[in-house]
Design a protein around this ligand. Structure first.
Ligand SMILES: [Zn+2]
Length: 222
């Protein structure tokens, strides 16, 4: 089966598509590093390259997220393991690539962002069973009503095993229903936050808005 057929209509994984994703991820990464959300080498980003089978471009492990270039990217499979695609050499993917892959598989996201933002960590500590939000204008930005709707940002316990974290994500994920949009973010307690969207820009908006909503919740209910 050739790459085009395997991609299931998403297009083939080529070195050009990987480098294009890598350039976009590097630009986004620098933005979040500048905000202080990716201190040291923390955090990681991914884009979905193909769906059948699932292939993600994810940032490489152990690099300063303010200094990435287009080649600092790794192609991983549906469990976050490196796969040989488009003749690209081996690089170590982020240790958290497995959760990116699970989120992309379950939600259909085109991009996933993970950062160590302060309000997300504080909110996860304060409300370990989920952070309830309501009556805030910015809820519109994550697809929900600003009034008369209660939105819960799920929280899971931290774990080093991405398969366990992925199963916990499956358990708490709030997909869209007939009457409400999905909740496009997940807090990992004592760790950070994941947010996703149909593309990198929407994932960024979901991340920024969720972090801002969490800041408001902490400031007004602490
Ligand atoms: Zn992390």
């Amino acid at each position: 089966m050739n790459d085009t057929a395997r991609a299931g209509g998403d297009g083939a994984v080529t070195s050009e598509s990987v480098l294009s994703a890598g350039a976009a991820l590097a630009t986004e990464s620098a933005r979040f590093a500048a905000r202080g959300w990716m201190p040291g080498t923390a955090g990681n980003l991914s884009m979905t390259l193909a769906r059948n089978p699932l292939r993600l471009a994810v940032t490489a492990s152990g690099l300063d997220k303010g200094e990435l270039s287009a080649t600092d990217v790794v192609v991983v499979d549906g469990v976050g393991d490196w796969v040989a695609e488009a003749g690209l050499p081996f690089r170590q993917p982020s240790a958290e690539a497995g959760l990116h892959a699970r989120i992309a598989a379950v939600t259909g996201a085109g991009a996933v962002i993970h950062v160590h933002a302060l309000a997300a960590v504080r909110a996860g500590y304060q409300w370990p069973h989920g952070v309830e939000l309501h009556d805030l204008e910015m809820l519109k930005g994550i697809g929900h009503s600003a009034h008369h709707e209660r939105v819960t940002i799920p929280v899971v316990r931290n774990h080093q095993d991405m398969a366990i974290l992925g199963d916990d994500f499956d358990r708490v994920y709030l997909p869209a229903t007939e009457s409400t949009a999905e909740v496009p973010a997940l807090i990992v307690a004592d760790h950070g936050i994941y947010a996703w969207g149909r593309d990198l820009r929407q994932a960024r908006w979901h991340l920024e808005l969720t972090e801002a909503l969490l800041q408001i919740a902490l400031a007004t209910r602490a």
